[in-house]
Write a protein that binds this ligand. Structure first.
Ligand SMILES: Cc1ncc(COP(=O)(O)O)c(C=O)c1O
Length: 435
């Protein structure tokens, strides 16, 4: 065997792997946790006041500071910190007026929570296709609108912006509310505007796998004063926060509908302190992920047989992932398995046998319309006119075909240039063998 053919032998067939160093876990902000976060937490502990409301005046609430900085960063009038993105989605849906009898459209490729939040807000989810950007397909979105549709949840999946121009023109035409799910795309943008500043009320996640993190946490953003008031009321059982501070905590409603019973989704001061430190690291994390992604993309874009995921606005991509399509699902699975053997953390996205909460066909609880009580609310809500969606695993075939053909790679900001080059080398090696 010549040295060249030896080098060409795939690791999966006993050849030498391209990369032998351990892969970097995909905790972009989590791996950056350091002195800044430690100091921030210690300051809160020293202050001995861990609750965001009613704190001693001389020590400003870290949660409040986070909300103010977040609004400035994203370019919105209001931000409301909560304890998760699921909480943020439920709060946002309630704030914009979603409730019994309503339908909300959500893409078939998103974390299950985007769909579960709709049920928690007492509305019925309607599942739409994604297109080759792996974000909601505007053509199918428009087809799924019924007289009961109240809102749409565009999900900026795997860090890539949705086609906000098309989505907003459809929602405007049909008078629908928009709740962006920015869980996976904090810091991303579309045509120069930050994601989370387009919808009526939007939701971010600070859970541990996200771009910036405090382990758990979330944020609601909105331009709208009424939606902000309603979000405040809902996330805090309308109990603690009132304009005018603690002295006014028992003040009655300023207008009808301002106050109603809600839940407790409040963020703690410890999380607020960590998130402030993480927010200051966001741009650095994004810069590194974007640089890494473009280095890898440039290295593989000429390979015949590889079709890169379409990105609506490449400048606004967070760079958190790289997805490409191969001719069919069998090839995608074979390719990803071979890449793994070469030492590159890659996966095919859709595998019928492996449960994945990001793909609608695996959402058992939705497919079977399971509900917490036997009455079956909200599917049989008397306020809901028209027919209830008939969920089934084949209802979004375009989504399944695209996911089936996908190979997915995470792009951690901690990757070095050498890691990126080895990734390119491995993809090229596997492509020479299989494509
Ligand atoms: C797209 C999407 N939406 C919502 C969520 C829910 O976020 P959280 O875990 O903060 O509730 C996630 C979390 O993985 C997500 O990826």
């Amino acid at each position: 065997m010549s040295p060249n053919s030896d080098k060409e032998k795939l690791a999966i067939e006993g050849g030498k792997p391209v990369k032998t160093t351990p892969s970097i876990p995909m905790f972009p902000g989590g791996l950056e946790i350091g002195e800044e976060e430690k100091q921030a937490v210690l300051e809160v502990l020293d202050n001995k006041y861990l609750f965001r409301y009613y704190g001693p005046g001389e020590y400003p609430s870290r949660v409040k500071m986070l909300e103010e900085e977040f609004s400035g960063k994203i370019g919105v009038k209001h931000s409301l910190a909560v304890n998760s993105c699921t909480s943020a989605l439920i709060t946002a849906l309630v704030a914009v007026g979603v409730g019994p009898g309503d339908e909300v459209i959500v893409p078939g490729y998103t974390f299950f929570a985007s769909c579960a939040a709709i049920l928690a807000a007492k509305a019925i989810p309607v599942i739409a296709e994604v297109d080759n950007s792996l974000t909601i397909d505007p053509v199918d979105l428009e087809k799924k609108i019924t007289p009961q549709t109240k809102a749409v949840i565009p999900v900026h999946m795997r860090g890539v912006p949705c086609n906000m121009e098309r989505i907003l023109s459809i929602t405007k035409k049909h008078n629908l509310k928009v709740v962006e799910d920015v869980a996976q795309a904090c810091g991303g943008s579309y045509k120069g505007k930050y994601l989370g500043s387009f919808g009526d009320c939007n939701a971010f996640s600070f859970q541990f796998h996200k771009i910036i993190t405090a382990g758990e946490g979330g944020m609601v953003t909105t331009e709208n004063d009424l939606f902000f008031d309603r979000a405040q009321a809902y996330h805090d059982t309308a109990a603690c926060w009132r304009p005018g501070g603690p002295a006014k905590r028992f003040a009655s409603a300023r207008y009808q509908g301002e106050l109603f019973p809600g839940v407790n989704f409040r963020m703690s001061e410890l999380i607020g302190a960590v998130m402030l430190a993480q927010l200051h690291k966001l741009d650095g994390i994004l810069n590194r992920m974007r640089k890494n992604k473009s280095r890898i993309k440039n290295g593989i874009s000429d390979i015949p047989g590889i079709e890169l995921r379409y990105v609506h606005d490449p400048a606004g991509d967070t760079g958190v992932s790289l997805v490409f399509y191969l001719e069919n699902g069998q090839l995608a699975e074979k390719f990803a398995t071979a890449l793994k053997a070469e030492g590159i953390e890659a996966s095919s996205i859709f595998n019928k046998g492996i449960p994945d909460w990001h793909i609608y066909s695996h959402w058992e609880m939705i497919m079977n319309k399971w509900t917490p009580t036997p009455e079956g609310c909200p599917y049989n809500c008397p306020y809901h006119q028209g027919s209830v969606p008939n969920y089934n695993r084949e209802m979004c075939p375009q989504t399944l075909v695209l996911l089936d053909r996908s190979v997915h790679l995470d792009i951690p900001p901690q990757m070095s240039e050498e890691d990126c080059d080895l990734t390119v080398e491995a993809i090229r090696k596997v492509a020479r063998a299989y494509l």
